[in-house]
Design a protein around this ligand. Structure first.
Ligand SMILES: Cc1cc2nc3c(=O)[nH]c(=O)nc-3n(C[C@H](O)[C@H](O)[C@H](O)COP(=O)(O)O)c2cc1C
Length: 242
């Protein structure tokens, strides 16, 4: 293992704008250990994130293949399977277009089922944590979630991929006890990372003009025009009339 201390970061595989518009959630991974060099670059990027007053309240527990990693993956994996089973039923993933194998709904359900079934196989599980300096406030997430996105973007830059979830909340007490997370520190999510089994590609969202307004709420400025070839999705709850 080369001394990482004196090594520069690895070169990016993609440019910044391309990377951040093609960082899809990756839920299937190859059975490949992530080298320390790559973990180091991802976590370096995560720890360079902005935070209120540059207080840097983020901490990251990086779990790969140690005994605590195995237990934490199983705890969150079990929680994920329980949560997905309920959501699959409640949101009707197996009814309507969900019965059609080619429908986006069916594909989403299949990807989620496989993700939760194989959760423990994710090469790395990162628990982003927020060390609170006061009682919880509505804005506190703004000092931890940019760091999570930095991590996912850095993974993308190096040819890795990841998925962010909050299934950790269901097993918060067990995780704290296992890992020694102190009181006053919030485990803010659970991010799996690995070499993608599939491919990255442009993310799909609603057209910019539905999401970006100018002088008046609901009215898009002329420049809010998507680049040619942009693919869209209206997945998610219906938008309220504007
Ligand atoms: C707050 C938040 C919670 C999420 N929770 C989950 C989750 O529980 N399980 C999961 O597989 N993905 C989860 N995701 C990933 C989203 O499903 C994903 O980002 C979204 O569907 C858009 O897909 P894309 O990232 O591939 O473009 C979450 C993302 C965010 C930001």
């Amino acid at each position: 293992m080369p001394e990482l201390e004196n090594q520069p970061l690895p070169a990016d595989a993609v440019g910044l704008l391309e990377g951040l518009t093609t960082t899809r959630t990756i839920r299937r991974y190859r059975a490949e250990k992530i080298p320390d060099e790559a973990l180091r670059a991802m976590l370096f990027a995560a720890t360079r994130a902005p935070s209120g007053s540059n207080r840097q309240p983020f901490r990251f527990v990086v779990l790969t293949d140690g005994p605590n990693a195995r237990t934490a993956k199983k705890l969150i994996g079990d929680a994920a399977r329980r949560a997905w089973e309920g959501k699959r039923r409640a949101d009707g993933y197996d009814t309507g277009s969900g019965q059609l194998e080619t429908s986006p709904k069916h594909r989403m359900a299949r990807a989620m089922q496989q993700y939760v079934d194989e959760f423990e196989r994710a090469p790395a599980l990162v628990l982003p944590c927020l060390v609170r300096h006061r009682d919880p406030t509505p804005g506190e997430g703004a000092s931890i979630y940019p760091a999570c996105q930095n991590l996912l973007l850095a993974a993308r830059a190096l040819g890795y991929g990841g998925a962010f979830a909050m299934w950790n909340l269901a097993v918060d007490a067990e995780l704290r006890a296992l890992l020694g997370v102190p009181d006053g520190t919030f485990i803010a999510g659970a991010i799996t990372v690995g070499r993608p089994a599939g491919r990255h590609g442009p993310v799909r969202r609603r057209p910019m003009a539905e999401l970006v307004y100018g002088e008046t709420w609901g009215e898009a400025p002329d420049w809010a025009a998507d680049p040619p070839g942009t693919a869209f999705t209206s997945a998610g709850p219906p938008q309220r009339p504007r």
